[in-house]
Design a protein around this ligand. Structure first.
Ligand code: HDE
Length: 713
């Protein structure tokens, strides 16, 4: 079996330089003798124009920025590999999916959508999940999101959607937020967005980590086998660590405490050797079933429920190397849904069709040249031979006089590949219809799957959606927009609309006919009903809930625990939990009133990783207060109190042992507790193995959302 990982690394290394043990030179290779002083007439005199060293350095600096991505500007990436665990030659001839254990190098970029490059990671937003496979047959990009549907059905609405969600043009506010008038104005007039709105108002839009997100290809694609037979597929990435979120209040606080929270989390996990991993699955739909569902497979606002078409796992992806240089790799990587290889093909999804134009076009202004494929991170490991020539920053030096086809002077080279030789051929689909600017009636149901999503959530998750909508619409200043939104929500779920309306001091309006809402009412849901022959209505689906998500596994690997310490802390207690966490690959951090060495009760030293000034409970998954702390001082410390209050409010595990358990049991939140809370782990014992185990078991539950005031109880 060939492993292509090394080839790609070698390719990239062509352009690598770490600058160690090297003379400082100009871009022309001249050694520099003084990089600290510009050339002047006398020590205190004016600078000279002839100072080519100064001019070169400043000119380069002046041009160091390229336009950020119009959308998905804020992102983080990593290298890794994809491995086939279940070959599918009967479905596709794609070379990288043929053999068990076959590996293909990948680069993945995760991103938010709306914010600019320097914006916070924790904005409420969809996340991009873009994977570049460097296959032996060329580059294949699976450019997806962490949400399986999209706001709009037709590419022509994309500029409008993005204009509406971006900061408002007159005052460039707000940054990386959908909670403003123009976004909700657009959405309130765009009922097809209601399914996506359910997802972005849910906790999917505030993930705990990029490593804990599902990924989706969103559109329906085609696979083609060597007999030129095709099936439809939907792509799914399932995270090894489960699908998890933070709380909205927490997300906002993280944005202040550490706007690089997701970027740092991904970077650190890879540096620590906790390599993020996903399984790749496909839903397979036979070609002849294309019109048998009560939704249209070409409609990107619809999912195919897993209960109707289960997911077949075909491989796994591991991210095991951080980029060497953010700009060269993560910023310059150019994804494109149109980068496909033989054996994979598009469908006529009108959103996908528009994307197929957009991505190359955007690279031309972002990367500045049609030669962007020559940038090391974008290079194919399959050899590239064609008659494309010249252009800005051309790297390749094409030899000879022939740059056209057909030719005889070049011996006919490069020549076309027959299909049997791996030449790309589109699926031979027959298309025969009138040219129209219309949308199929089978795209008309805008509420059925929004309702399915809502019905699939736990009571706590529903409550989060209501609160998110109250927050977002509460920031909208135009009352009419709020009312229109409540009207649309009422077509998803009456109770949902009522609860949102209550929070906004509004009432549910009668169903409105908007220009784009013609004839859309619960009665004519299920656009494809006439031809439907496969039962495709499900009432609820666990796969849509994060709490009930079947991908969630009981692991705490790479989770972070804050151990609150001060002088006199029990060394035995700290070591007990630290060791237990280490066995689970979780990370313990000592947080103390000050940095430096903390004296333990047995005269040992613990080194504080953070002070209360530099850390906050929102940056951790769980909090432990060990025996032996200076309780009277700590209890009066506002920062400690805030630390614990936030951890409680954000439904995290809080543990304490020995005398420290007093801090927790006396705290207002625990003393007023009426029900047993398995997330509060307290014992009078010190350094007990049972305590450590209980603490870890509680952490596997991720969060105890039942603690919150739940609007659906
Ligand atoms: Fe994109 N999208 N998009 N998009 N998209 C871009 O390409 C666009 C859509 C997605 O990490 C841009 O290189 C149009 C859906 C990701 O570099 C741009 C339409 C999905 C990324 C663009 C869509 C995506 C992008 C901006 C509607 C989920 C980041 C810079 C027709 C399946 C890739 C760039 C990265 C980036 C256009 C809709 C995912 C402007 C016109 C649906 C993950 O070309």
């Amino acid at each position: 079996m060939k492993n292509f990982q090394d080839e790609k690394q070698r390719d990239l290394s062509l352009n690598k330089s770490d600058g160690t043990n090297k003379f400082l030179t100009t871009d022309q290779g001249v050694k520099i003798n003084d990089d600290n002083n510009s050339l002047k007439v006398g020590e205190r005199g004016p600078s000279l124009l002839e100072d080519f060293i100064l001019r070169e350095k400043i000119t380069h600096f002046d041009h160091e920025r390229i336009p950020e991505r119009i959308v998905h500007a804020r992102g983080s990436g990593a290298h890794g590999f994809f491995e086939v665990t279940n070959p599918i030659p009967e479905l596709t001839k794609a070379g990288f999916l043929q053999e068990m254990g076959q590996t293909t190098p990948v680069f993945v970029r995760f991103s938010t959508v709306a914010g600019s490059r320097g914006s916070t990671d924790l904005a409420r937003d969809a996340r991009g999940f873009a994977v570049k496979f460097y296959t032996q047959e060329g580059v294949y990009d699976l450019v997806g999101n962490n949400i399986p549907v999209f706001f709009i059905q037709d590419a022509s609405k994309f500029p409008d959607l993005v204009h509406a969600v971006k900061p408002e043009p007159h005052n460039e506010m707000p940054q990386a937020a959908s909670a403003h008038d123009t976004f909700w104005d657009f959405i309130s007039l765009m009922p097809e967005s209601m399914h996506m709105i359910m997802w972005v108002m849910s906790d999917r839009a505030i993930p705990r980590s990029y490593r804990m997100m599902e990924g989706f290809g969103v559109h329906t694609f085609r696979l083609i086998n060597s007999n030129e037979e095709s099936v439809f597929v939907k792509f799914h990435w399932k995270p090894k660590l489960g699908t998890h979120a933070v709380a909205w209040d927490e997300a906002q606080k993280i944005s202040g405490k550490n706007p690089d929270f997701h970027r740092e989390d991904l970077w650190e996990a890879i540096e620590m050797g906790n390599f993020p991993e996903w399984e790749l699955g496909i839903q397979i739909i036979p070609s002849e079933d294309e019109n048998k569902y009560n939704f249209d497979l070409l409609d990107p606002t619809k999912i195919v429920p897993e209960e109707i078409v289960p997911i077949t796992i075909i491989g796994r992806m591991v991210l095991n190397k951080n980029p060497d240089n953010f700009f060269a790799e993560t910023e310059q990587i150019a994804f494109h849904p149109g980068h496909i290889v033989p054996g994979i093909d598009f469908t006529n999804d009108p959103l996908l069709q528009g994307r197929l134009f957009s991505y190359t076009d955007t690279q031309l202004s972002r990367l500045g040249s049609p030669n962007f494929h020559e940038i090391p991170i974008n290079r194919s490991i399959a050899p590239v031979h064609n008659n494309q020539r010249d252009g800005h920053m051309r790297q390749e030096i094409n030899k000879g006089r022939v740059s056209y086809h057909p030719n005889s002077l070049g011996g006919g080279c490069p020549y076309q590949a027959k299909i049997a030789e791996g030449g790309f051929a589109s699926f031979n689909e027959r298309v025969d219809a009138h040219k129209v600017r219309e949308r199929s009636e089978s795209f008309n149901d805008h509420f059925g799957q929004a309702r399915l999503f809502f019905n699939s959530q736990t009571a706590e998750e529903k409550s989060h959606i209501v609160k998110a909508l109250r927050f977002e619409l509460g920031k909208v200043e135009t009352t009419a927009i709020r009312i229109r939104m409540i009207g649309l929500l009422s077509q998803v779920d009456r109770q949902l609309a009522e609860k949102v309306a209550n929070g906004l001091g509004a009432i549910i309006p009668p169903i409105l006919e908007t220009p784009l809402n013609k004839g859309v009412s619960p009665e004519n849901e299920g656009g494809n009903q006439e031809s439907q022959t496969i039962e495709s209505t499900v009432e609820s689906s666990d796969a849509l809930s994060m709490v009930n998500n079947p991908t969630n596994s009981p692991t705490i690997a790479s989770r972070k625990v804050a151990i609150i310490c001060s002088d006199g802390v029990s060394e035995a207690a700290v070591k007990n939990l630290k060791n237990a966490l280490k066995k689970e690959d979780a990370k313990a951090c000592i947080v103390a009133p000050r940095l430096g060495s903390i004296k333990t009760d047995s005269d040992g030293d613990l080194s504080a990783n953070f002070s209360f000034l530099t850390a906050s409970s929102v940056l951790f998954d769980a909090i432990y207060v060990p025996h032996g702390l200076d309780l009277t001082t700590l209890e009066k410390n506002d920062e400690v109190v805030e630390f614990l209050n936030d951890a409680y409010k954000h439904c995290k595990v809080i543990g304490a042992d020995g005398k420290a358990s007093k801090i927790i049991s006396n705290s207002p939140f625990v003393s007023q507790m009426t029900d047993y809370d398995p997330g509060i782990v307290i014992t009078d014992e010190i350094a007990s193995a049972t305590f450590a185990q209980d603490f870890i078991t509680a952490m596997t539950m991720h969060r105890f959302w039942q603690r919150e005031k739940n609007l659906y109880n």
